[in-house]
Design a protein around this ligand. Structure first.
Ligand code: NAD
Length: 660
């Protein structure tokens, strides 16, 4: 008799089901719901934690559509002959249901795929194995034990996993997502004989989404394992040619439907983003609203940008020359969290419209937003394999870059971007990098000081300063320095810092806890080199990732505050002698995303901006992007172009025709 050996993922699912069991009698009444939940967990959709009627109905509908029972029969798994048998006739114990859930998860498209999966997962080699496992699980009476000791349900899951041989070591315990309010205690050792050694498995992982305003857990989401990434890439590759061959209007129709759904669910989407990133709710709403226009622009312009072009018509020369555009193929998009709608959709929408398939890895700090976006796309008619979500943090992103993709669009920090570029170079795939910034702004001596102070406070502190194009350094003409500083500090110190869900809030928490250390270190370094804090300067003493809006003076270009990306509500203000000094300071950076000049003279601004090595030149504004303009950071700020017609062509390969 073979022992039941669960993969880490299976054990995790089992854990979820067992948790449900604690509150239910010996016989499990939530059969189908539980299975749906299990399916959701392993397909990286948002886990269905709180069942409501419509969720269950939708999921049931999806299961019906999949014609699960017929396929199960076809693949010979007679244990699960018919869903209704499970519902109405079979009185299975909780663990039996758990195992059935696992079996359903293995529902494969073809007998070959089933075999492949079975081999990969190293268990349930035959139907006898399954039946014996069911029997043994039933005998062990886990449900009863759990029901008697509800406080230790987490420990029992972990014990169970160890017994089942899925977790290679105690360190793998976080594989089990904690149910809200679950008590984490060490597992009791339970001696259970094991007749086979556990097969090596990737460690199951889940991603805990937390509210940065409070530090509280919101939800746990299954991470996409490396093997699953390969499968998703393969599915995308199979689906792409059909999607790419469709008429442009077909793809545009799906994008328009997506736009309408996003508009209809805008408020819910904004709230998800605010909850997981800490972005003030009014700013989340602004982003969702603004991205709708970007979708419109893409729908209206991508078709023309990728239409065939005759360069020399027939008869105009000995050879007709023509250009056509073909999709790149399978595009990975690895996203940052700070503008999750802009960053993701700036790439995904034109990529899909141009006929590519997309594997989208949202940032680990904006996972729920990413899951929602993909859900909306599927509901809008984009085939499920044409846009797929990959959940996880850095290692998952690295695995995605290393998979058999044709292109990687990456948005994130310079440090990570370099690693991505090195990995992409291994396979020489197309690469687009949108990286960090260190934008400077110059305030000339002819400005309306109050207006400039207001505009720059927004440029530096909008979204908590967590924008790639946030103003990170301010240079002020000597003649108005004191006046400007007073006005600027006045605005900054009056900012309403608070609950991001509150409409009055202007400054929320930082999305990432680790960034607090970066800010502390930059301020300490600056102060050790002579800088002075004129407002803020420290964390706020409350749960969550809070930092006071901070202004420093007596700063200079050797300080990390001025050289590195700050990505938080902290800014240095430096005095400059004249325009030439300002140009020298603005250009004294490794980054090249943007620079701003505040002056009453457009000619003066254009003269200064023309000399700067940046992709974005701002006059009397800052921290702005437009879908109509190319977004192309220079030096450490990136490679390639997004948005505008130039950005659209990022997602196609040109073919040159020489027709004699
Ligand atoms: P990050 O570099 O930490 O992470 C970005 C993404 O890369 C995440 O999805 C992360 O999981 C993934 N990742 C991490 N390690 C990886 C690896 N080795 N291989 C592949 N993927 C990996 O950046 P972040 O904190 O999410 O975002 C902030 C940064 O993004 C800032 O520097 C900001 O300026 C930049 N950004 C740039 C733009 C732009 O348009 N230029 C826009 C938004 C954000």
């Amino acid at each position: 008799m073979t022992d039941l050996v669960l993969s880490a993922e299976e054990a995790r699912v089992l854990g979820c089901l067992m948790e449900k069991a604690v509150t239910t009698p010996d016989h499990y009444p939530l059969s189908v719901n539980a299975l749906i939940n299990a399916c959701n967990q392993t397909t990286n959709r948002e886990p269905v934690v709180d069942y409501d009627e419509s969720t269950i109905e939708r999921a049931l509908e999806a299961l019906r559509d999949k014609n699960l029972s017929r396929r199960v029969r076809a693949t010979g798994q007679r244990v699960v002959k018919h869903r209704h048998v499970i519902d109405e006739t079979l009185q299975l114990t909780v663990p039996e249901f758990a195992v059935l859930g696992v079996l359903l998860l293995r529902d494969a498209q073809t007998p070959g795929e089933l075999k492949q999966r079975t081999e990969r997962w190293h268990s349930f080699r035959s139907l006898d194995d399954v039946e014996q496992a069911l029997e043994r699980l039933g005998q062990r009476g886990y449900a009863e034990q759990l029901a008697r000791r509800p406080g230790q349900k987490e420990a029992r899951w972990r014990t169970l996993i160890v017994e089942a041989g899925a977790a290679p070591a105690a360190s793998a315990a976080p594989a089990v997502p904690a149910a809200p309010g679950a008590v984490l205690v060490e597992p009791e050792p339970v001696a259970v004989p094991r007749s086979v050694e556990p097969a090596p498995e990737p460690v199951a992982r889940s991603l805990d989404v937390r509210n940065p305003a409070t530090g509280e857990a919101i939800r746990s989401v299954a991470v996409t394992e490396e093997g699953e990434i390969a499968q998703k890439v393969a599915r995308a590759r199979r689906a792409q040619p059909d999607w790419g061959a469709r008429a442009y209007d077909d793809r545009a129709r799906a994008m328009r439907a997506f736009r309408e759904l996003l508009a209809a669910e805008a408020e819910e989407c904004a709230q998800i983003t605010t909850a997981e990133t800490g972005k003030p709710i009014t700013q989340s709403r602004n982003e969702v609203r603004a991205v709708l226009d970007r979708i419109d622009w893409n729908v209206a312009h991508v078709g023309a940008a990728i239409a065939p072009r005759v360069v020399t018509a027939a008869g105009a020369g000995p050879v007709e020359e023509r250009i056509t555009h073909e999709p790149v193929g399978v595009v990975a998009h690895i996203s940052a969290w700070n503008y999750p709608y802009f960053v993701a959709l700036n790439s995904i929408v034109p990529a899909l419209l141009a006929g590519n398939a997309v594997l989208y890895k949202p940032s680990e700090h904006a996972t729920l937003t990413g899951l929602r976006l993909v859900d909306l796309m599927h509901r809008s008619g984009v085939p499920v394999d044409v846009i797929q979500v990959i959940v996880g943090a850095g290692p998952t992103g690295a695995a995605l870059v290393g998979a058999e993709i044709d292109m990687c669009c990456f948005t994130g920090s310079y440090a990570t971007g370099r690693r991505v570029a090195q990995a992409a170079a291994e396979r020489l795939i197309r690469l687009q990098l949108e990286l960090g910034g260190n934008d400077g702004a110059y305030v000339a001596d002819d400005v309306d000081v109050d207006a400039a102070a207001l505009a720059l406070a927004e440029g530096a502190f909008y979204n908590g300063g967590q924008s790639c194009s946030a103003v990170e350094r301010i240079y002020v003409h000597d003649a108005i320095f004191d006046e400007f500083l007073a006005a600027f500090v006045d605005v900054v110190s009056g900012m309403r810092v608070g609950d991001p869900a509150d409409e009055a809030t202007e400054l929320g928490p930082l999305a990432r806890n680790a960034q607090l250390d970066v800010l502390d270190a930059q301020i300490a370094d600056a102060c050790s080199l002579g800088a002075r804090i004129v407002c803020g300067g420290a964390r706020l003493d409350r749960p969550g990732n809070w930092f006071a809006p901070t202004v420093l003076v007596d700063v200079h270009g050797a300080m990390r505050l001025m050289r590195d990306e700050t990505f938080g509500p902290v800014i240095g203000v430096q005095r400059v002698r004249d325009d030439a000094d300002a140009v020298a300071q603005l250009d004294d950076t490794d980054y090249g995303l943007g620079a701003a000049v505040f002056t009453n003279s457009r000619a003066r601004a254009e003269r200064i901006l023309a000399d700067l090595d940046v992709g974005n030149a701002y006059w009397n504004t800052s921290d702005r992007s437009s879908v109509r303009l190319p977004w192309a950071g220079r030096r450490h700020s990136g490679l390639g172009v997004s948005m505008s017609e130039s950005g659209v062509r990022t997602f196609v390969r040109e073919k040159s025709w020489h027709l004699a």
